[in-house]
Design a protein around this ligand. Sequence first.
Ligand code: NDP
Length: 488
Amino acid sequence: MRRFQHLIGGQFEDGAESFASINPATGAAWALMPRAGAADVDRAVTAAHRALNDQAWRGLTATQRGKLLYRLADLVAENAQALAELETADTGKIIRETSAQIAYVAEYYRYFAGLADKLQGAHLPIDKPGMDVWLRREPIGVVAAVVPWNSQLFLSAVKLGPALAAGCTVVLKASEDGPAPLLEFARLVQQAGFPPGVVNVITGFGPDCGQVLTSHPLVARIAFTGGPGTARHVMRNAAENLAHVTLELGGKSPVVVFEDADLGSTANAVVAGIFAATGQSCVAGSRLIVQHAIKDALLAALKAKAEAIVIGAPQERATEMGPLATQRQRNHIEKVVTESLSAGARLVTGGSAPQGMQGFYYRPTILDCSGTEAQAISTELFGPVLAVLGFETEDDAVRLANATPYGLAAGVFTRNLARAHRLTRDIRAGVVWINTYRAVSPMAPFGGFGLSGSGREGGLESVLDYTRAKTVWLRTSDDPIPDPFVMR
Ligand code: NDP
């Protein structure tokens, strides 16, 4: 079995213990992962804290920090295929998706590399004579970056990129499920030449690794991606030290389709929105809200497309949908689909595991949930299950779209531009896509409303989020400071 190691303080090392990682396509253990305990976490945070104040990092100019990030971007691009193969082996995500996504991850590092020396303070036009006042931007401190198992390289790039551009140091915790690509990425960090301790990469279980990390008194900033339940723990952990927290959480994102939408394009976008990554995407368009006039036609098109999807081994280029990442995930999906069918949902297609396949596979599933309160409408499944609801009027569409405590993303399909603008305004979500779905870019801020979290990743402002402002007052007068107790 292949063995992976942590990167702590510039050294590769085994964890206090280790655990086996499962290949979701076979259900068999394929690699041994280090398991960080409290002492490992503490050493990683201490190393990051030391590096923060060490001249080897602190003494670099912003341009030099940017150059290190450019070098890292080049290494990610050069090693994209190898990283993609690891992510596919460890998470079951298909190779077509992992290779395309990781090649794009390099662009995220390039974007943040370019921002490193564009970060500026400000000179303030203060309302006091004889004073010069300015604002310095300083790195916020040690960052704890915690990511879930899906798209770990991508989700860590939107944390590491701005954190390093701003001059912070980082302890990155990979999920216990599928940590291989991030532990391998640590080797590229080392090769890029970051000073020891600037980036530390560990993995381990929630309670003895994630919790210890997000409670650590030397952590100033937590960038968390995961589910709302864990996020509540993280907020509580951070409360003790009042660390700054941003949360990228789950979703139950609506895709609203009006009768004037282009049927073929919309069907493709809906399929990509829910079945790409086997539905294991935070922005999965898992609720289709479709106007009655085209509901049957759209469902027929979606059924045909869903049934044509090639399910298979994730490492095969021909495969269009792979397994779920864990057995736990598949069990959860099976349970909610069964409950939804008993609650009156109509099975359009799917609803079971494909016959005769090892591993955690589940067929692309469409449930018409109109007129029911099926759990599939409200529960984030993180799997290939589309819940369908019909609507008559624009008001109904908005009401259904907003009938969720989440607010991560939404899609609107219509040729009516004025209507598209109205929905953009009225739908409660951090990202709204009109006549497209699932597009992302390093330049475009990303994040949610409500239970989908707070804070934004990507875009110029995300770098500021890794800085703290320091206001400096300088008295410019040479006159002595008057006695404060002598009134004039
Ligand atoms: P979890 O919330 O279970 O886990 C996320 C991370 O938190 C993992 O690294 C996990 O470690 C760690 N963790 C677990 N317990 C604690 C704790 N007590 N303190 C600190 N960290 C802890 O999420 P899932 O792995 O189930 O991922 C799926 C979720 O992530 C979905 O809700 C999905 O929508 C969301 N997500 C959001 C995205 C966004 O950008 N908005 C993007 C991608 C996913 P361990 O794995 O060891 O348990």
